[in-house]
Write a protein that binds this ligand. Structure first.
Ligand SMILES: [Zn+2]
Length: 170
């Protein structure tokens, strides 16, 4: 098994900060009320917490959908989808280094992109089991939306990512 670098405790704090910023940008763009957003069934996991099947070396992150069901005895309390954003620490660290950008900006970029997927999944604008040949088209749409959302940040570090033609997503 190759050794893949994981975020350290300082970098994990940046993940939390970037997650907050990305969520703010997304709710602002899609006009989602905070209460609605809180019901959005997603979670963010870093490499250390990923299952082997959730790790990839060919993307900075991937969002997977799991069916969840909460039950007490025979009673089903809740049933629905859970979107897990699987951050690939090693790939993100490498991308930040290659583009000479701060990790926080790279994380905001990645998380915004993945949250656009989450919103599109949630609104059934994107199918979970999208056929392979349709994926590049969906990706370019998501990436375009991500870029117009991020253009509003006026953050020079994020601008550097946007202007570097950097894309490494599924
Ligand atoms: Zn994507």
């Amino acid at each position: 098994m190759p050794v893949r670098a994981c975020f350290d405790s300082v970098q994990i704090k940046e993940v939390h900060a970037a997650r907050e910023q990305a969520a703010w940008l997304i709710t602002d763009y899609y006009r989602v009320a905070p209460r609605e957003w809180q019901k959005m069934p997603y979670e963010v996991k870093t490499l250390r917490a990923l299952d082997r099947s959730e790790i990839t070396d060919s993307a900075l992150a991937q969002t997977l959908c799991y069916g969840v069901r909460r039950e007490v005895g025979t009673l089903i309390l809740e049933e629905g989808d859970l979107y897990r954003i699987c951050l690939q620490d090693h790939r993100i660290l490498d991308a930040a280094q290659r583009t000479r950008t701060e990790l926080k900006a790279m994380l905001t970029y990645v998380l915004t992109h993945e949250l656009v997927h989450v919103v599109r999944f949630g609104q059934r604008m994107q199918a979970i089991d999208l056929a392979h040949e349709l994926r590049p088209h969906e990706e370019s749409k998501v990436e375009k939306t991500t870029r117009s959302i991020l253009a509003k940040t006026v953050d020079p570090e994020i601008e550097r990512i946007l202007s570097s033609n950097f894309t490494a997503f599924h």
